[in-house]
Design a protein around this ligand. Structure first.
Ligand code: ADP
Ligand code: MG
Length: 694
């Protein structure tokens, strides 16, 4: 694609996509209209027929249709909306915990309703919790789907239906403008006509398509794409490797003048593991080629400090460091640690996030370009146009799984100097199995911190069904009244900021009403930054004893005095996410911490297994392995969420039998078909790689 056509095909130019929509789409890695065509469903649902309620069995996910007999709001520990539905063969209750009054009103007696969801046993027999539904009049004819319904991975602020429409219009756009028509040399799309037709098929498979094949990624339409995507990633890793070998790293030969002072100023000694990995990193920093190192270490193992040592080393050698964080909260926290550590040494750290005021931003950009800032800590905001370093020598990427491949590449280009790339240190608490690491990172070196700071007692984890709620609330009160601090984490199925904020607010009301003796605070993603900061700060200082929160605290929040965590609806979260969350407690030496998983019954087998794993171990590596095992074959989305890879359709675990073949093709293409290789990389990974000097 030329620069011009890139602009022309920018997702913003699609009808119905505004700046806000575009930014949500960007979060999904969709920048151009063809990108949207590649945003494939992660599962499908069959909504092509209505199941009589009498024949709908527990655990089945089905479409039912009936008349609304009654809708009532009740309070049983929390607000709930019950709607009773009758279809002539049987009765079913729809139950919701998060709802607006307008929703209650619309679910009027006598109207018809069509619901799609899982049937579970409830207090009055069959029920559906938070199904997708549609209310209509008795005499209204509602069409039924003729294709399998695609379900897309999405992001907060972008509803499934809206995303579906955008993808539909992208496909139309591509068709009209003759895009993605290629019949590629190595991959055989002829079965479906061409690439675009293959994609169209996967976005809207006819109902007779074998659903199991689709779910397991074994449909021929998928196989073609999967292999190509794997090839693209391998090519990309290869290109990057060649590119890096041709470049020099920023020269950092001098010992850090400040290192000893800094280490002496800490109230503790580095662990053996921290010392070891720091030596490994130092060796990389003095080498000629740019470092590309992955630092793995469990939650709480002290990775930040190692990153800080590297930044200090860069500063001593006259280089700037960019320290990238996935969330504002984490960036702020690192900033405050760095200030505490470094200010007195004359090392200048600054913070840049989406919330930085325009005026401050201007000054900051100027100072950065003039080299007055040594360490810039920040979020995605660092990628924005206009943020230029004078001499970037090191990039540290914290919790890598939140950043896409694009962004990692784009940081390599931020060096500003030709033929030179900054050193790159990627830190993660999510271990990456070797086969995956090779595909994604190519020749990335790995260091592991396999030891926690001394005195850390493992967090004791237990679980209770929601019927223990009252008792749990009492227990939290007792614990907090002895001077300890606690988190109460509220989780949500749907990835929606707004709903999540709503339910966190409800929970906050419930808890603060039941516990008048405690000082309770609330943080969620929808709060203004100032408010968020204030609340977390109050919690840190102990002015608040209980913090009701959403998973916004998942990465990085460090309040060692917090020793108890309640996680609501843990069944909704993956293992790695649960482990990350739990890592917020157990941070104080020689102090016991507890984590309680307060789940809703009935648990699915998988959820039960996840909860058992959490109870059984605190070892992040074991948990990551179990996570992959439980996610099993079909869960591309999960793999992506766990951050192992930025993949659209391939799943290197499920598709492992394709890896070897793909590797062969990638090598061949990299040697003899470089033009075609570029097309493939561009297609799957985007246009962020600069080939100008390849
Ligand atoms: P993570 O690896 O999860 O990023 P952090 O870097 O946030 O872990 O460290 C967790 C906590 O442990 C912080 O409060 C940090 O100051 C502390 N810490 C780091 N290294 C040590 C050490 N060697 N001894 C004691 N505490 C440490
Ligand atoms: Mg960390």
């Amino acid at each position: 694609m030329t620069e011009e056509s890139k602009d022309l095909h920018s997702i913003q130019n699609l009808k119905g996509v505004g700046p806000k929509g575009a930014s949500s789409l960007n979060n999904l890695g969709i920048f151009t209209i063809p990108d949207a065509a590649f945003h494939l469903p992660f599962r499908y649902e069959d909504r092509s027929f209505i199941t009589p309620i009498s024949e709908a069995n527990y655990q089945n996910t089905v479409l039912i249709e009936g008349e609304i007999m009654k809708s009532t709001v009740v309070f049983r520990g929390r607000r709930m909306l019950f709607s009773e539905i009758y279809d002539g063969t049987g009765k079913l209750t729809m139950r919701m915990f998060n709802f607006a009054m307008a929703q209650h009103k619309a679910l009027e007696e006598g109207k018809m309703i069509r619901c799609f969801g899982a049937i579970t046993p409830g207090p009055n027999g069959k029920q559906m919790i938070h199904p997708q539904y549609q209310v209509f009049e008795k005499n209204e004819a509602i069409e039924i789907e003729k294709n399998l319904t695609p379900i897309y991975p999405t992001t907060s602020g972008l509803q499934q239906n809206k995303l579906k429409k955008i993808i539909e219009s992208s496909l139309e756009f591509c068709e009209k403008n003759n895009l993605l028509q290629e019949e590629s040399k190595n991959q055989n799309y002829s079965e479906f006509g061409n690439l675009l037709k293959t994609l169209q098929f996967l976005h809207k498979p006819p109902v007779e398509t074998n659903l199991t094949d689709l779910i397991e990624g074994r449909h021929p339409a998928q196989k073609n794409l999967i292999k190509e995507e794997l090839i693209a990633h391998m090519l990309c890793a290869g290109i990057l490797k060649n590119e890096l070998e041709g470049r020099t790293g920023p020269l950092m030969t001098d010992e850090s003048i400040h290192e000893k002072d800094f280490l002496n100023s800490l109230p503790f000694n580095l662990t053996g593991a921290q010392l070891r990995v720091w030596e490994e990193i130092k060796d990389d920093l003095v080498a000629k080629t740019p470092m590309r190192r992955l630092l793995q270490g469990d939650v709480g193992s002290g990775k930040t400090l190692v990153g800080a040592l590297a930044a200090l080393h860069a500063k001593s050698n006259g280089w700037q460091t960019a320290f990238l964080c996935p969330t504002e909260i984490l960036a702020e926290q690192h900033f405050s640690s760095f200030k505490g550590w470094f200010q007195s040494m004359g090392v200048h750290a600054q913070l840049l996030t989406g919330s930085t005021k325009a005026k401050d931003r201007k000054t900051l950009i100027k100072d950065l370009a003039e080299g007055k800032i040594d360490i810039l800590i920040g979020t995605h905001a660092i990628f924005q146009l206009g943020v230029e370093f004078k001499n970037l020598g090191l990039t540290v990427i914290d919790e890598q799984h939140r950043f896409g491949v694009h962004q990692r590449f784009s940081m390599l280009e931020k060096g500003g100097l030709e033929n030179q790339s900054p050193h790159q240190l990627i830190m993660t608490a999510t271990p990456i199995p070797r086969t995956l690491a090779m595909t994604v990172y190519g020749s990335l070196e790995t260091s592991v911190i396999d030891e926690l700071p001394p005195g850390r007692n493992p967090v004791k984890t237990s679980s209770r069904p929601d019927s223990f709620r009252e008792k749990v609330i009492k227990r939290v009160e007792e614990v907090c009244l002895t001077g300890q601090r606690a988190y109460w984490v509220c989780t949500l199925i749907e990835d929606s900021d707004e709903l999540e904020a709503q339910s966190a607010e409800e929970l906050y009301k419930e808890i603060s009403t039941s516990l008048p003796r405690l000082k309770v605070g609330l943080v969620h993603g929808r709060l203004k930054k100032e408010k968020k900061d204030t609340v977390i700060d109050q919690f840190r200082k102990g002015d608040l004893q209980l913090l009701v929160c959403t998973t916004v605290i998942e990465v990085g929040v460090d309040v060692p005095e917090a020793t108890l965590m309640i996680i609501e609806n843990p069944e909704r979260l993956g293992l790695s996410q649960l482990h990350q969350l739990r890592g917020r407690v157990g941070r104080k030496a020689n102090t016991d911490s507890n984590c309680l998983l307060l789940y809703k019954e009935p648990l699915s087998l998988l959820a039960e297994e996840r909860i058992k794993t959490m109870e059984a171990t605190n070892d992040g590596f074991q948990i990551a392995e179990k996570d992959l095992e439980l996610r099993g074959a079909g869960d591309i989305y999960g793999i992506r969420q766990s951050g192992l890879m930025d993949l659209k359709i391939a799943n290197p675990i499920r598709d492992s039998e394709l890896l070897e073949d793909a590797q062969k093709d990638a090598l061949e293409m990299g040697k003899n078909e470089i033009e075609f290789a570029k097309v493939i990389v561009d297609r799957w990974i985007g246009n962020r790689i600069d080939y100008s000097d390849s």
